[in-house]
Design a protein around this ligand. Structure first.
Ligand code: MG
Ligand code: MG
Length: 259
């Protein structure tokens, strides 16, 4: 599938877009505090992306199976909401966790990245939630590290799953990472679980969004009224995501941020 391989020029364009996206996520992390509404975070995200001459990737995007196009720039998912939470007048409270998932289009190419932020800082959330956030971020980097030319998609999923299970948490079911570039979601699906040495072979120039979504309790999820996904058991969930490119030596994160 030669169309999955990006050119050097495309990769450098995506690296610039990813650098910009990481900077917006850093600004959003700084803006998170008790009392701020998720709609205000959305406003900041849109303003910063557009100020750079780029386009929000999620705004007006209609995912497969969704009834309506998405009306916001940011996905802001609080506590037991895993992903696709819609910004609202909800004012964040100390001790909440908010997942900030953001995409942009830079010179025609898409980038996608997410962070989980504890409102009021790490000391404001219980030990178990701190462990959840740490394990999810660790799982992301384990997945990134496993992404090398000659390895397979299942190696990424295996590395993520192993890290999450070792910490005693669950992978949110039915949600995956994805290829990305000329479209926000391209083949292949990047599962957060898998068997070593199985699945498509990873090749230099492939660009993937790797994104573990992890719950404290069971991994079952349900679609909520605003088309977001929450855990069935209402246990809290975390999410971290980077867009990466497979290089000759391993992989390179295209969406670096300060976390
Ligand atoms: Mg995302
Ligand atoms: Mg994604």
């Amino acid at each position: 599938m030669a169309d999955l391989i990006k050119t050097k020029e495309q990769i450098e364009t995506m690296a610039e877009g990813g650098r910009r996206l990481g900077a917006v996520l850093d600004a959003l992390r700084e803006a998170v505090r008790p009392g701020i509404t998720t709609r205000e975070l959305d406003r900041i995200a849109r303003m910063q992306i557009e100020a750079g001459g780029d386009k929000p990737a999620f705004l007006h995007y209609r995912p497969a199976g969704a009834e309506k196009a998405y009306p916001y720039t940011l996905c802001s998912s609080v506590n037991d909401v895993v992903v696709h939470g819609q910004p609202s007048n909800y004012a964040l409270r100390e001790g909440d966790i908010v997942k900030l998932d953001l995409g942009l289009r830079h010179n025609g190419l898409y980038l996608d990245s997410a962070i989980t932020v504890p409102v009021g800082g790490m000391s404001a959330v219980p030990k178990e939630v701190r462990a959840l956030i740490a394990a999810t971020e660790e799982a992301l980097y384990a997945g990134v590290k496993a992404a090398k030319p000659g390895k397979r998609l299942g190696d990424i999923g295996y590395a993520i799953e192993r890290t999450v299970h070792k910490a005693g948490f669950s992978i949110a079911e039915g949600l995956t990472g994805h290829g990305i570039g000329e479209a926000l979601h391209e083949d292949p699906a990047v599962f957060n679980f898998g068997d070593k040495g199985t699945g498509a072979i990873l090749k230099e120039g492939m660009v993937l969004a790797i994104e573990p979504m992890v719950a404290i309790g069971k991994g079952g999820i349900v679609q909520l009224r605003d088309e977001s996904y929450g855990t069935i058991d209402r246990s809290w969930a975390a999410h971290f995501e980077h867009t990466i490119v497979i290089t000759a030596k391993g992989s390179r994160i295209l969406t670096p941020n300060a976390s």
